[in-house]
Design a protein around this ligand. Structure first.
Ligand SMILES: Cc1cc2nc3c(=O)[nH]c(=O)nc-3n(C[C@H](O)[C@H](O)[C@H](O)COP(=O)(O)OP(=O)(O)OC[C@H]3O[C@@H](n4cnc5c(N)ncnc54)[C@H](O)[C@@H]3O)c2cc1C
Length: 554
């Protein structure tokens, strides 16, 4: 179906779970012991059911609609086979994976369709609107907020609209630093296509290997270098949105004052207003120099103060990742072997046992990298940070996409593993951090056992920063979904009450929509509903995401 490798159905990466190594092969003994001690976890095999045993309901797509779709898109581009539907049965959150690992693919689309361009997509949307068939745009399938759930109160049949056929670089305007790209293009393919022009996009989320540019725009993604290159919102100069009511061309580079910016309505719309069929992206010259290194702060408070000071003076590096003491400790244990010895040695040599690890990276022209680094270092030192060397930074850079592979192995051994994220002003960030930790610990702690709650800041702004939280706990094998949903609800309530945003970069999806009104207010929700009503009058565009149910949420 696609020339790009497809994600495995029950986890991360192109391989099958059965080919995977066990946890002992990928996590050092010291780290396994640490987890067992902290969490009260007894490692036990909890493998996923075989893919052949996953229960997939029969397709409900009416025969006449199937025939119309074939007439529009061609036989090869309308698929109802098991493999195609299973591979698009939701995203990659912990709860998505729990369900498919347990053999439940009940949210799978009834068919998968692959339009070949804007005109075909617009015709497809008009047809689906008329025939009452849901359309759920499918990019890389890496949503972690239930963005691909395909839920519908009216239980209408649904199509996954896979953008894989629209995955090429259509135009390069070097003088304007603009490129035109199909929505199905993934990060590695795009960077490879830009390289001959000595250009780069530089958007590097941890899901980079599989996520698509259309998905980035639809979710307002942020990448690991977003502090420097900007969030994906900042990289979109314009886009084409096909809707059931027609096609919108949005954005006018380099800038325009022609009324409110309608481009902002498409960014973050998560397929609820239509399908992004083309993007005009801002690119930059491929960096000529890069410098990554590690620093150690005595405490989380010192680390935050140091980053805040850099941010105020516009001195933040392109990549900034400050780990709290729990994440720093886990990083030290996970490094294992030579890596861990080097890191511990570097810390000891500077009189630090643990503290908070900071990884920073600068990229660009060599003199600028030197100058920016030179200006940032004294500020870090003033806040008590000590440099611990390039190897630490380079090691992080080498392993920056590894964590999701490890998550599968942790799940195989009886662990709950999930992440959540938010952002807050520098003033509110410490309270948000405390509140989220307390809520997760209260919800997931039992019989004297505590979850491991590890946090880092990875995106800095002059006004504040993001907070990314990874949670590990002994899984409740009897009620694993409820265990996490209860904790997630507690954490979300807590972070909103403390002043955090509902989401800094994962989007709203199905999972966060009950809280959207708390973020944008009742009138804000009504404005979004009015836009949807105009663009998608029959409500066929991904109705399970973004907008809360009408009954509201207490
Ligand atoms: C292991 C892992 C690491 C991650 N790391 C990051 C990270 O560092 N930063 C970050 O921001 N996110 C991260 N994510 C979340 C996810 O990768 C992003 O939300 C990403 O932008 C989704 O892209 P996708 O192509 O996979 O979209 P999908 O998952 O396929 O879709 C996401 C949503 O967008 C809609 N959509 C997709 N394509 C289009 C389109 N062309 N038009 C309209 N709507 C569309 C879908 O219907 C869905 O609602 C991570 C996820 C995982 C599993």
């Amino acid at each position: 179906m696609s020339e790009q490798p497809e994600l495995t159905v029950q986890g991360w990466g192109p391989g099958g779970a059965s080919e995977a190594p066990d946890l002992a092969a990928v996590l050092p003994k010291a780290a396994r012991r640490h987890l067992a001690r902290e969490l009260g976890w007894t490692p036990r095999p909890t493998p996923p059911v075989a893919v052949d045993e996953i229960r997939l309901p029969p397709s409900r797509l009416p025969a006449d609609v199937h025939a119309e779709l074939v007439a529009l898109l061609g036989e090869d581009h309308v698929r109802t086979d098991r493999d195609a539907r299973l591979r698009r049965a939701g995203g990659r959150s912990y709860t998505d994976l729990l369900r498919r690992r347990a053999g439940d693919a009940s949210g799978a689309p009834d068919a998968v369709v692959l339009p070949g361009g804007t005109a075909q997509t617009a015709a497809l949307l008009a047809l689906c609107s008329e025939r009452g068939v849901l359309v759920v745009p499918f990019g890389g399938g890496t949503s972690v907020v239930g963005g691909l759930a395909g839920a519908d109160p009216d239980d209408r049949p649904s199509l996954a609209v896979d953008l894989a056929r629209m995955a090429s670089l259509a135009d390069v305007d070097v003088a304007s630093s603009l490129v035109t790209v199909g929505p199905g293009m993934r990060g590695p393919a795009l960077e490879a296509a830009l390289a001959p022009h000595a250009l780069a996009l530089g958007h590097l989320p941890q899901s980079w290997e599989f996520a698509t540019v259309g998905g980035y725009a639809a979710t307002r993604s942020a990448g690991q270098a977003s502090t420097g290159v900007g969030r994906f919102d900042d990289l979109v100069a314009g886009l084409t949105l096909a809707t059931p009511s027609g096609v919108l061309e949005l954005g006018h580079p380099p800038a325009s004052a022609a009324g409110p910016d309608l481009l902002g309505l498409a960014l973050g719309s998560e397929g609820a207003f239509g399908v992004v069929t083309e993007l005009r992206l801002r690119v930059r010259p491929a960096p000529r120099a890069a410098r990554y290194e590690g620093w150690s702060f005595r405490s989380w408070a010192d680390g935050l103060a140091g980053l805040q000071r850099l941010a105020r003076h516009d001195l933040l590096p392109d990549v900034v990742r400050l780990s709290d003491p729990d994440e720093t400790r886990a990083t030290l244990l996970n490094a294992g072997g030579t890596g861990a010895r080097l890191l511990r040695g570097a810390l000891r040599a500077r009189g630090r046992g643990g503290g908070c690890l900071l990884v920073v990276g600068w990229e660009g022209l060599a003199p600028l990298v030197r100058a920016r680094r030179g200006a940032a270092r004294p500020v870090l030192r003033e806040h008590g940070a000590v440099p611990i060397g390039r190897r630490v930074g380079e090691s992080w850079r080498r392993h920056r996409y590894a964590a999701p592979y490890l998550r599968d192995r942790l799940m195989d051994a009886g662990l709950l593993v999930e992440t959540l994220e938010t952002a807050a002003t520098w003033t509110d960030l410490p309270a948000v951090y405390d509140a989220v930790r307390a809520a997760l610990r209260a919800s997931l702690g039992r019989e004297g056992r505590q979850p491991l709650v590890m946090s880092h800041v990875s995106h800095g702004y002059p006004t504040g920063a993001s907070l990314y939280v990874t949670v590990l706990a002994d899984r409740d094998d009897a009620l694993p979904l409820q265990q996490w949903l209860t904790a997630k609800r507690a954490a979300t309530d807590a972070l909103l009450a403390a002043g955090g945003t509902l989401t800094h970069h994962h989007a709203v999806g199905a999972d966060h929509r009950p809280w959207l009104e708390r973020e944008v207010g009742p009138l804000g929700v009504e404005v979004l509903r009015a836009v949807k009503q105009r663009l998608d009058p029959r409500g066929v565009c991904n109705p399970g995401v973004l907008l809360p149910d009408r009954e509201g949420f207490s």
